[in-house]
Design a binder for this molecule. Structure first.
Ligand SMILES: NC(=O)c1ccc[n+]([C@@H]2O[C@H](COP(=O)([O-])OP(=O)(O)OC[C@H]3O[C@@H](n4cnc5c(N)ncnc54)[C@H](O)[C@@H]3O)[C@@H](O)[C@H]2O)c1
Ligand SMILES: O=C(O)C(=O)C[C@@H](O)[C@H](O)[C@H](O)COP(=O)(O)O
Ligand SMILES: [Zn+2]
Length: 360
């Protein structure tokens, strides 16, 4: 693979590109509209230095470049934090031709996208993800949002970014456990659509999960391509996009049960193991495919079980899942690797049996 940036298109009514490469953060200004005069960079303290450097690089070009430092991780995805950003935009008189940049992990890009979607009913946003998970999933596809006390991502908007810049150099400071948590979504792309990702993980997990290797770049680009293709087909989640929720029905309930202190990817890993067991019990997923889930997640050092006694609480939280219709839960299951489908109307006893298979 060359060092030249790779451009992955998202098509549809709001088309844009995801660029993957090294040393490309500086291209952000090219992605913004020429009329932009003011820019707000939303970031967490963990990437504070990157935010300062980005601000310095943009300062000559724009009238104002402001920073909004928000709390780390899921603490950023709160309405109070969105209000803090709206206040900065209001006090600096940001107009519809100004812009927001999301610089950080998926929590920041979800928040920044939501702030951009709601300020004056929509100002442009460019996403610069700084985690694996942000690059392959959160920053791509225009799902923006925040959490509420009742559940994960319950308030938000579909709002496409103007561009997504995945500068792999920004991952240099990312701890290994965060890299691996991001690989839950990479593996998800493998399970639902691109088994070559799973082959690569199985062949050499150490190289695949090392951001300096060509294998890493290949799986990142493959996972982004899966997401880009799905959201190009179904931006508003009328059908195909639901497949990206593989492992998330239980995963989001676990995040809620853990008061958002767990990494999203870790909860989704357990959720995918549950979905695989459900696919075996209520569908046609083979023992070998279920075993492949276990093998891939184990290679990535991701958990696959959760305490038995937590089931009633998880079930209650899952009732608020966005995929539910008329009180009926809908899960994404696989008939085979890369053959996802919706499973609706499944009996609670079957759900519980599937959970028992992953309970510890
Ligand atoms: N909108 C979507 O389509 C979508 C898709 C998947 C996930 N998500 C959301 O994304 C969030 C999870 O994203 P995440 O896993 O990136 O978590 P995160 O945003 O919480 O980031 C993980 C941790 O890494 C730190 N960090 C970020 N970049 C760093 C860097 N370069 N160096 C050092 N530390 C760094 C962060 O400060 C944080 O502590 C969840 O809220 C999830 O719901 C959204
Ligand atoms: O982009 C999507 O669509 C997804 O489902 C991707 C998920 O990985 C992501 O975690 C998303 O935020 C979940 O969406 P939600 O609608 O279930 O909150
Ligand atoms: Zn996710």
């Amino acid at each position: 693979m060359t060092d030249a940036p790779t451009r992955i298109p998202v098509t549809g009514s709001a088309a844009y590109e995801i660029t993957v490469g090294r040393g490309i953060i500086g291209t952000v200004a090219d992605a913004l509209d020429e009329r932009v005069a003011k820019v707000l960079i939303v970031h967490t303290p963990t990437v504070g230095r990157m935010a300062e450097e980005l601000r310095a690089s943009l300062q000559d070009r724009y009238d104002q470049v402001l920073l909004a430092e928000v709390p780390d991780a899921e603490s950023a995805k709160r309405v109070e934090v969105a209000a803090f950003c709206w206040q900065i935009l209001g006090q600096a008189d940001f107009t519809r031709s100004d812009a927001v940049i999301g610089l950080g992990g998926g929590a920041v890009t979800d928040l920044a996208g939501f702030v951009a979607a709601t300020w004056l009913r929509g100002v442009q946003v460019v996403q610069i993800p700084t985690t694996v998970l942000g690059m392959v999933d959160a920053a791509v596809g225009g799902k923006t949002g925040i959490n509420t006390a009742e559940g994960k991502n319950l308030v938000g908007a579909f709002f496409a970014p103007r561009a997504v810049i995945c500068d792999l150099d920004l991952l240099e400071t990312l701890p290994k456990n965060e890299v691996l948590a991001g690989f839950a979504e990479v593996a998800k792309a493998g399970f639902i659509a691109d088994p070559a990702i799973l082959d690569l993980i199985e062949a050499d997990v150490d190289r695949v999960s090392d951001p300096s290797t060509s294998e890493f770049r290949e799986v990142i680009e493959r996972a982004i391509a899966v997401k880009a293709s799905v959201v190009s087909e179904d931006f508003l989640e009328g059908g195909a996009r639901e497949m990206l929720n593989y492992g998330h029905t239980l995963g989001h309930a676990i995040e809620h049960a853990e008061r958002y202190q767990w990494r999203h990817g870790v909860a989704v890993a357990i959720g995918m193991m549950f979905a695989a067991e459900l696919g075996r019990m209520a569908g046609s997923l083979s023992d070998e495919a279920v075993e492949r889930h276990r093998r891939v997640l184990t290679l990535l050092g991701l958990p696959q079980s959760y305490p038995a006694g937590r089931w009633p609480g998880l079930l209650a939280t899952m009732q608020r899942d966005k995929k539910a219709r008329a009180g009926m839960l809908r899960f994404i299951v696989l008939d085979d690797i890369a053959k996802p489908r919706v499973l609706a109307g499944v009996d609670q006893s079957v759900l519980q049996f599937a959970y028992q298979e992953i309970a510890n």
